[in-house]
Design a protein around this ligand. Sequence first.
Ligand SMILES: O=C(O)CCC(=O)C(=O)O
Ligand SMILES: [Fe+2]
Length: 385
Amino acid sequence: MASSSAQPSADEMRRIISNAETPIVFRGFIDSWPMIKFSADDWRSFFGDLSLDCRVGDRQNDTHCPQWEREADAVECNYDQFTQWLENGNVADSMCHITPRQHFLYFNYKYMKDICGSTALPMVDWSPFGYPGRNGNESTFWMGTAGAHTPCHYDTYGCNLVAQVSGKKRWILYPPEDTPLLEPSRIPYEESSVYSQINFQRWKETEVPDISGSHPHVVILYPGDVLFVPRHWWHYVHNVQLSISINTWLERPEDEEARLAEGLVKYFMANISRNISPDLSSTLLNPNEEETAFVELEDVENCIRHSFRYVMDHPHPSESTRSPPLSMTANNWMTPVTFSHVPLKSPEAKKPKTSTRDLKLFDIVRAFCDQRTVQTIIEVLKEQQ
Ligand SMILES: O=C(O)CCC(=O)C(=O)O
Ligand SMILES: [Fe+2]
């Protein structure tokens, strides 16, 4: 049973966040955010006449492949059109071909500083977590209808605080040790995201995938909850109902080494994408990374050089800053998200097991960008010094 105890100070929260190695849900820390109490009218004036560029997706997808952004349709609408579409009311012509029963809309991964005026940014306040002055300027906004989701991935930089502002969102998280089980891939390539090739949508939203030997940690977030996602934890995120969340990625001491690894991956992607057909290159790159095919290689080399120098001058950043693991007991302001010992559920059809197939270009790309390959390159670079 949850015991009750006083909410910790901001300094204590920062210590908890800096040392936690498993996901945690915090409650009662964002009660002062005005958005928690927003009415429909408040949201309407928050968005004003902002044009929402929404990703459109299918609520059902039983294939073996996740719905990647590059294959998704997109619509532009304002907030009223977004809500009217959801209520099956009159919709803009551009939205006539989609219905809330079959499709979802996701206005996702938007830097708040790009969508809000400067007066709205302080509505987000991460100071209770020990990050004074951190607000909407360093935060990202996600609004999606039921069924909207982000394919399973991990973020290469930082750790994450996710505030559930409205509605319900389900997170399935896996520890970094599960990486080999989750079929990691850098295709589609997006700096800072490593995607799983598994289509989590094949499972119902009450189920947990039957990935043998994996350690799913499942949590549903409700308004007012803040989820801490530790560094390199995988996550599949699905809107159970219309949901709005805001997150901030917090820098970690290990980020400079991650920047080096990301620089090497970008260098490889930039080289390969300019030597293949534009069609193939656009399947390789996530839409927000199309410029990778045109980036100055010298600029990427300079970033690699800079991060390498930093890493050489600051060995083992994580070991010097870590305290012993925290003992986590649930109380009225926090609940550790634990390994879900729920029956794992198989989807209808298993991926057909084929005999050894021919290597394709993308297999080779995946191998070059695999975490282990990149780590080996870093070790070799260090040895060469
Ligand atoms: O909420 C989502 O759909 C994805 C969020 C996410 O991937 C993140 O905050 O790192
Ligand atoms: Fe993420």
